[in-house]
Design a protein around this ligand. Structure first.
Ligand code: FES
Length: 344
């Protein structure tokens, strides 16, 4: 017999139930109630809530995200805390009501293809047992079979493709999901559980100013989804994609984006190599740049005023990009970012 607790989000008329080990965020998203969140692993703090009434178990909420003082003040991380009684919570982050939100659920994914596309990088394409609606830029959690452990990868396909999802996976030496699974035995026809959609990195609404998209390595995945979605729906007047890799063999989908740039006049593609030169006979030697991808962006734009940016990659790249874009007068509220998570 499962004892569930009821959770009410302040301001919402409909409470929902949370199972004993279920986080407040997971219960909310499955019930179709949106709560701000990003990493769902206790590291970003986006999901902070004030517990107005009732008790929660903070479980493994890290001190660097939720300090002892904050706990005493009645704050909790929605993605970590479980109710210990009926609770009422109030999100601290802004609830974006203009963005459509899609309920979280579990799907069964079947591997259609798995291919090596760049150094230590694989493209995984799966078919879901049922269509999943999501926003371009969101991610899913792939559950490693027999372990229950989930790893997060952004969808690289646009939301118009609801049943066939594409992921880009970079190998982490010794990683449970990569070396232990995706780069080990995973093969066509294999099935696993996939939870989604998650995260609030997205481009959904039409905008009047150009967007700059900067991806490092497999940080290209959510940007590919966003670009395809924006082009399909004519959402942005101009899109400028920058993809950074160390060497030429770290880049992928080069032909795809080159062709896309030929097809759409308002889409540009600029790959950047930080530790390598372009060879003269490379088809990309004209479009391609050399140096840190963020420096390349700074060199290309004297002002980014009014523009927006979508960033995905390792924390150091994101930090450098934010700094550069602010220097070029982009408004901080128009800079959207998705950081790579640590474990892979
Ligand atoms: Fe909960 Fe990041 S800390 S979503």
């Amino acid at each position: 017999h499962l004892i569930t607790h009821s959770v009410t989000v302040a301001g919402s008329p409909t409470p929902f139930e949370a199972a004993p080990e279920q986080s407040i965020l997971d219960a909310a998203l499955r019930a179709g109630q949106w709560l701000p969140h990003s990493c769902t692993q206790g590291t970003c703090g986006t999901c902070k809530v004030r517990v107005r009434s009732g008790d929660v178990d903070h479980r493994d909420s890290p001190e660097f995200t939720l300090t002892a003082d904050e706990r005493c003040a009645g704050l909790a991380l929605g993605c970590m805390a479980c109710p210990r009684s009926d609770v009422t919570v109030e999100p601290l982050g802004a609830v974006d009501d203009d963005t459509p939100h899609h309920p979280l659920r579990d799907y069964t994914a079947t591997v259609l293809t798995i291919d090596e596309i760049a150094t230590d990088t694989r493209r995984l394409v799966v078919e879901l047992d049922e269509p999943m609606t999501f926003n371009a830029g969101q991610y899913a959690e792939l559950v490693i079979p027999h372990s229950g452990v989930g790893r997060q990868y952004s969808m690289a396909n646009p939301p118009s493709e609801t049943s066939r999802l594409e992921f880009h996976v970079k190998r982490t030496p010794g990683g449970a999901a990569t070396d232990g699974w995706i780069f080990a035995g995973l093969a066509t026809g294999d099935q696993f559980t996939l939870r989604g959609p998650l995260g609030q990195f997205n481009l959904v609404k039409a905008q009047t100013e150009p967007a700059i998209l900067i991806g490092g390595g497999t940080g290209l995945a959510p940007l590919k989804s966003i670009i395809r979605h924006a082009l399909e729906n004519d959402l942005v007047p101009a899109l400028h994609l920058y993809h950074g890799g160390r060497r030429r063999e770290d880049l992928y989908d080069v032909d795809y984006f080159t062709a896309l740039a030929q097809e759409y006049e308002h889409f540009t593609y600029r790959p950047a190599l930080s530790e390598d030169q372009w060879s003269g006979d490379d088809e990309l030697s004209c479009a391609g740049a050399t140096g840190m991808v963020t420096d390349v962006v700074v060199g290309d734009f004297s002002s980014c005023k009014g523009m927006s940016a979508y960033l995905c990659g390792p924390p150091a790249m994101i930090e450098a990009a934010v700094k550069s874009l602010k220097r070029r007068r982009m408004a901080p509220r128009l800079i959207f970012r998705e950081e790579f998570t640590v474990a892979a």
